[in-house]
Design a binder for this molecule. Structure first.
Ligand code: RIB
Length: 299
């Protein structure tokens, strides 16, 4: 089976429920708190592995207990961690996640993620039918190298431009598919969608770029350009949304796995949209990511 090579971050998520934010100098009591495995790279790798993908992760963790736990967890999820390096003396990434009325706000301390630089081994591992996926929580230079090696081997590439960094537009010639949310799409086009209609902006993108665009739009579903028109798949209804953390990661991770197994493009987008919705039904970025059996059961 073709493989999905994810390059990205591993974090420990400290997820707290709250009704709002304190102002400077104020202390507030929050609701429930829990620790979860997270990081956009780890999340995408687990999402792809749960639905049956063959997944390798390139990432780095600190030489601390959190790093050990994260590695144990990823292996138990069936993710190949050969390319995960342990950075002694650094801390594993930490994300403070504040869940407010089923939406969230996140602050990430990147720690060891920002020390990730090893990509050279990938060039030996890639096969031209594989897929390469990255997000932007690790150094951009490392992503640039990963994209370079991927394209050198004709591997299809997907970038989730989160958290957004404007330099990613300089790598578009090596990106086959990009999966921004609406805010990140605004970053990519350099202006807000208040100034231009979404559909018009997407068509303009398609006219001027070879990179295929898929915009994840939360409760409005997902829009993409196909055959010269914008198509939208609605968000899944009749589910109880408990936590949207990791929904975008579930979308990109499962999209990669479906494309790697040869699923047609539009079916892959539609099915990844369902996986992303299912991921929101449990608290924690990875907790609700569906297995293949759960996906079949839902469909
Ligand atoms: O996309 C969700 C992820 O963003 C969380 O798991 C957190 O670790 C941050 O990286």
């Amino acid at each position: 089976m073709n493989r999905v090579f994810v390059l990205g971050s591993i974090n420990i998520d400290i997820s707290m429920e709250t009704d709002g934010f304190p102002v400077i100098g104020e202390t507030m009591l929050g609701g429930s708190v829990d620790y979860y495995m997270g990081g956009k790279g780890g999340n995408q790798a687990v999402a792809a592995a749960r639905i049956g993908g063959r997944v390798s992760l390139t990432a780095s963790v600190g030489g601390d207990t959190f790093g050990e736990k994260a590695l144990e967890h990823l292996r138990a999820e069936g993710v190949d961690t050969r390319f995960v390096t342990v950075k002694d003396g650094a801390f594993t990434g930490i994300a403070s996640i504040f869940r407010i009325h089923s939406d969230n706000a996140i602050i990430v301390f990147p720690g060891a993620n920002m020390l990730l630089s090893e990509t050279a081994e990938l060039v030996e591992a890639f096969n031209d039918k594989d897929l390469f996926v990255a997000q932007l929580e690790v150094p951009l230079e490392t992503i640039r190298q990963g994209l370079y090696y991927a394209k050198k081997t004709n591997v299809q590439t997907i970038i989730d431009p989160a958290p957004f960094h404007a330099d990613i537009v300089n790598m578009l010639d090596k990106i086959d598919i990009i999966t921004p949310n609406e805010t990140e799409f605004e970053g990519l086009i350099g202006h807000t969608l208040k100034e231009q209609d979404m559909e018009e902006a997407m068509l303009e993108w398609a006219e001027n770029h070879d990179t295929q665009l898929i915009v994840t739009r939360g409760s409005q579903g997902v829009s993409y350009v196909f055959d010269g028109e914008v198509r939208t798949i609605s968000a899944v209804k009749d589910i109880e949304v408990l936590d949207t953390t990791g929904a975008g990661d579930t979308f990109t991770g499962t999209l990669a796995a479906f494309l790697a197994e040869g699923m047609p493009y539009e079916t892959a987008i539609e099915t990844a949209n369902i996986c992303a919705a299912l991921s929101t039904t449990k608290i924690g970025a990875q907790t609700g990511m569906p297995t293949r059996a759960e996906l079949r059961h839902f469909k």
